[in-house]
Design a protein around this ligand. Structure first.
Ligand SMILES: [Zn+2]
Length: 403
């Protein structure tokens, strides 16, 4: 079927009914065209959209870098992973609707339609413990020890700032994943921050990763984009997709954009870690460096660097917390002071929120008959057809240990 016959115009319900979205279904996924994306979010149209190399979309708020057939993107200097690759068909560039709702809405309109969620405290979760050592550095530092050390440094910083906290473990003991999530669920007005360090078979791998739970129908970042069967499930953690993303982003940017000693940026990622998917509050899992890398392991053996890691997490938490203050909080997450935006900035128009406005209300089609309105759940639900992206997605580096 030709793309043009798949294209249809949808008027979006809500505050700016004049906004039209061009949508395209490919296999089990629905996409919106880059043209409508650019218009909606106030980006300048890219002069050229090459295949296989990154292209920039610019707006007064920042530069967004995308790549056709890749899930990798950059926004204002930090790296993120999309749920699904940017696609191109018949010279039309496409953005997945899942990413529209679950990546770009929180990224570009963090506080426009989703209510803020004031942070009353932090559940700090040092990963592993007891007989579960986690990963181990070549020269002896075990992950469980580093996790606990950084967690204790973090709660001291929270204490100084007057932010209440709970530790899921305060000493070297085993705590089940479900019990860790239960602590988060006991404190629904808190946020949940799980601290880990990483390993890879390739000892050269370094850097910082920040995870939030994958949204429904979104594959794990490390899956290479293929569906593995549990994407359809909705976990308690998915109630907070929007805030999970904002929290992860705040911590991630705090670390990888730090003015000094910033770790290399492996991106904001998504995965169904048990502690995240079961938590009844916004949650994040930080992988603060690779113990399998000799240089990073050496750094992490120093108190000063572990303090640095705790500081980055703390600053990210405080930036997120500030963004959720209900009285005149900042409209955009920023660890640095907010940038001055020129007066001519076209406002990022509040039009749609896929979490609360599921229906794309159809405009009349060429024959003047209404097109059936797809509900979000239907639009994202799998069909029996094979999705081309599953095969074409660019895999993320393998080797990340399953947690
Ligand atoms: Zn771990």
């Amino acid at each position: 079927m030709k793309l043009c016959s798949l294209l249809c115009l949808w008027a979006v319900t809500g505050l700016a009914a004049e906004a039209n979205w061009e949508t395209v279904r490919m296999g089990r996924l629905e996409y919106v065209t880059l043209d409508s994306f650019v218009k909606f979010y106030g980006f300048q149209k890219a002069a050229e959209v090459p295949v296989g190399r990154p292209f920039d979309l610019t707006s007064p708020a920042g530069v967004l870098t995308l790549t056709v057939d890749s899930r990798e993107m950059k926004w204002r200097g930090a790296r993120y992973w999309l749920n699904h690759s940017i696609r191109q068909q018949d010279d039309v560039t496409l953005v997945s609707r899942l990413d529209l709702g679950k990546t770009f809405e929180p990224l570009l309109r963090p506080n426009v339609e989703t209510p803020k969620r004031p942070v009353q405290g932090v559940v700090v979760d040092p990963g592993h413990g007891g007989g579960d050592e986690g990963t181990r550095a070549a020269r002896g530092l075990s992950e469980k020890t580093a996790n606990l050390d950084v967690a204790k440094r973090l709660v001291r910083l929270l204490d100084d700032a007057g932010v209440p906290w709970v530790l899921t473990r305060a000493k070297d003991r085993y705590v089940d994943h479900a019990d860790r999530s239960a602590r988060a669920s006991d404190h629904p007005a808190y946020i949940f921050v799980s601290i880990h360090f990483n390993e890879d078979y390739d000892r050269g791998t370094t850097g910082w990763e920040t995870y939030c739970v994958s949204p429904q129908y979104g594959p794990s970042t490390s899956s290479g984009g293929s569906f593995v069967g549990d994407e359809d499930e909705v976990w308690p953690g998915n109630d907070f997709d929007h805030h999970n993303f904002l929290l992860a982003q705040a911590i991630h940017r705090s670390a990888v954009l730090a003015k000094s000693n910033a770790p290399s940026d492996r991106g904001l990622k998504k995965a169904r870690f048990k502690v995240l998917r079961l938590a009844h509050s916004p949650g994040v899992l930080v992988e603060g460096g690779f113990l399998s890398n000799p240089q990073e392991a050496s750094l992490l053996k120093t108190e000063s660097y572990r303090q640095q890691v705790a500081d980055w997490i703390f600053k990210g938490i405080m930036a997120y917390r500030k963004s959720q203050e209900t009285i005149a909080g900042p409209s955009r997450l920023s660890v640095e002071p907010a940038e001055k935006v020129p007066a001519s900035t076209p406002e990022l128009r509040p039009v749609m929120n896929l979490e609360t406005v599921p229906a794309f209300r159809p405009k009349e089609n060429g024959t003047n008959r209404p097109v059936p309105s797809p509900q979000l759940t239907n639009a994202l639900a799998p069909t029996n057809s094979v999705d081309g992206e599953v095969r074409r997605a660019v895999p993320v580096q393998p080797g990340k240990k399953a947690e």
